[in-house]
Every structure is written in C-alpha cells, then in structure tokens.
Design a protein around this ligand. Structure first.
Ligand code: ADP
Ligand code: MG
Length: 311
C-alpha cells in the first residue's frame, strides 16, 4: 500500500481532480448516498485504475469527473487543469466534455443508424458555439434582406393589375417576401449544412484522421458497416476511436472490457496501452484486479469513499 504521495507525479498539480465529492440519488423521497467525500487526483500522463465492487459508485464518479453528471449542491468540486469544471453549464460544459475529455463506456453507446466511420467522427461533427448560433441567423437575415429588396423593387408584379404600386403596397409585398426569404434562408442553410457535413465526412482532415485511427485499430475494412454488424471487440474499438477523435487530454474509461471475453478484453487494454505509452492520460474504472493491473496506479472505492492507493 502506498499513500498518494508515493506517486511519481506527486507534488505536481493533477490534470483532473475532485475533492470531497458527494452524490446522492433519490428513490422517491428516500436519499441514496452514493459518493461521500470522494477525493481523486489524476496526474498528467498516468494510467489510473479505480477499483471497486459493483454498485460502489465507480460509474457515478467517472460521470461526474467527465461532466456527464453533477455532484450534489455544495457536494465538492471537479477541477481540470486548475479550473473548476463541475459548475460549468451549456456550451462551456459541452466544450469540456467533447474537447478535453474522451469517454469509453462498457456498452459502447454507438449510434446504430450511423456507420463505423460516422460514429468515430461524431465528436467532430458538433459545430462550434459561434457557428451553431450565428449561421442560421445570418442566412435567415440574408434571405429576408434579398427577398425584401426584391419585393420592394419588383413587387408590382405581385399586385393586382388594377392596383397602383404605391410605396405602402410595395412595403407590404416587401415585408411578406422578406418573411418568406427568412424561411428560405434557414432552409438553404440546412441543405448546405447537410452537403458540407457529407463532404467533411468523406474528405475532411478529421475524416482522414478518424479513418487512420480506425485503420490502426484494425477496422479499415469496416468503415461503412453499422455497429450491429460488428463484434463486441470491434464495437469497443470504434468507441475508443470516437473517444480519441478530438484528441482529448484525458480518457475516462468505464469498465471498457466489462462486456468482452478475456482475450478480446486484453486486446482492448493493449490498444489503450499503446495510446498511454504515447502520452495519453487514462482514468479507468473496473471491478477486475486483472484489468486494474494494466494501470500505473490503483485506487479503491468502497462505500462511496476513495480508500487508499496501491500499485
Ligand atoms: P458502479 O459503477 O460501481 O457499479 P454506480 O455508480 O453505477 O456503481 O451506482 C452506484 C449506486 O448508485 C448503485 O447502488 C446504483 O443502483 C445507484 N444509482 C446509480 N444511478 C442511479 C440513479 N440514476 N438513480 C438512483 N440510483 C442510482
Ligand atoms: Mg458502473
């Protein structure tokens, strides 16, 4: 048994940590405490295993570390590179969990209607905050202006022959055409987005990168297959490629081999080891000491508390 101070990175600031974390679920009116004062530090470049029995709160802890769930109010905080992230909301939270963190789940969580390549690229398909908000607005405005001007200058063709093209009548036509123009602008934007997305999927730099990762993971011949056509190991390799798509700093893995036979599980761990040796920081929860043995450092969670560290 070692204390946390035995870790080679002790003394340096952890890349990801939580302190005094508390999480209580509620079953009707009955509180079910799951985490009580859980404190964990993940140091840059290490592979940390969090070992614990089923139901001990491992997934809850990992979800809170990765921003997929929140601790109780006043229930401690999660810090990433010294910044508190457990209070992030909205697009800041999305950017943390989509950009800084990669997540691998026991049951893969692939989208069945997407191909292997599309699944692996999924985190790259989330547009930036600015683009997502401003482009539809800009295309609606452009559509409204273009059609409004057309209504003002050529609106007389829409008027009954008996009506004079007075400024008031032309203004009504311009306004009507402007509203239609705004709707057409949004529609055109959505069509363009679909075309751009497909092009990005085929030839963009991200597509090349995802394709390369999938090929490295032995899935080069599976790119256009659906998850249902893959074995468990292939699904998990696809999920790992997805978790790595945005080059996260920390990979959080929740029992990544828990649904696989021993041989396939070892293949997945070897694949993680290659990435870890290349510098990837990993925090992995497991109930299996054999799986935890791949890590540089093991901590144990019991009754919602992080008990001690061991190598
Ligand atoms: P582990 O991953 O170690 O198996 P979990 O973190 O999934 O444990 O769950 C810890 C405890 O919290 C379990 O007793 C589980 O039943 C309970 N739990 C998990 N999620 C919820 C939830 N959404 N609502 C109520 N109880 C939950
Ligand atoms: Mg779990």
């Amino acid at each position: 048994m070692n204390t946390p101070l035995d870790h080679p990175s002790a003394g340096t600031d952890p890349i990801l940590s939580c302190e005094g974390l508390r999480k209580t679920y509620r079953l009707g009116r009955i509180p079910v405490p799951v985490l009580e004062e859980a404190t964990v530090e993940v140091h840059e470049g290490e592979w940390l295993a969090i070992l614990g029995a089923s139901g001990s709160g491992k997934s809850t802890l990992l979800h809170i570390l990765g921003g997929l769930d929140h601790p109780d109010r006043d229930g401690g905080a999660v810090s990433y590179r010294g910044e508190t992230v457990s209070n992030l909301r909205g697009s800041d939270l999305n950017s943390y969990r989509n950009g800084d963190i990669g997540f691998v789940f026991q049951f893969y969580h692939l989208l069945p209607e997407l191909s292997v390549l599309e699944n692996a690229m999924l985190p790259c398909l989330v547009p930036g905050r600015w683009l997502a908000a401003s482009l539809p607005l800009a295309s609606a405005t452009l559509g409204a202006i273009a059609c409004g001007l057309a209504g003002w200058f050529f609106g007389d063709v829409a008027l009954p022959a008996a009506d004079d093209a007075t400024p008031a009548r032309l203004a009504v036509v311009a306004l009507t055409w402007g509203v239609v123009g705004a709707a057409l602008g949004v529609l055109a934007f959505q069509l363009l987005q679909v075309v751009a997305e497909r092009t990005r999927l085929r030839v963009g730099a991200r597509a090349r990168e995802s394709r390369r990762t999938l090929e490295e993971f032995g899935l080069g011949h599976r790119l256009q297959h659906r998850p249902s056509q893959l074995s468990g190991g292939e699904r998990q390799r696809t999920a790992i490629a997805r978790a790595l798509a945005n080059s996260p700093k920390v990979l959080l893995a929740d029992e990544p081999t828990g649904n696989l036979d021993a041989h396939t599980g070892r293949e997945i761990l070897e694949l993680l080891k290659i990435r870890h040796d290349a510098g990837l920081t990993i925090a992995m929860v497991t109930h299996d000491p054999k799986v935890a043995a791949y890590a540089d450092r093991v901590i144990r969670i019991e009754d919602g508390r992080v008990l001690a560290t061991e190598r």
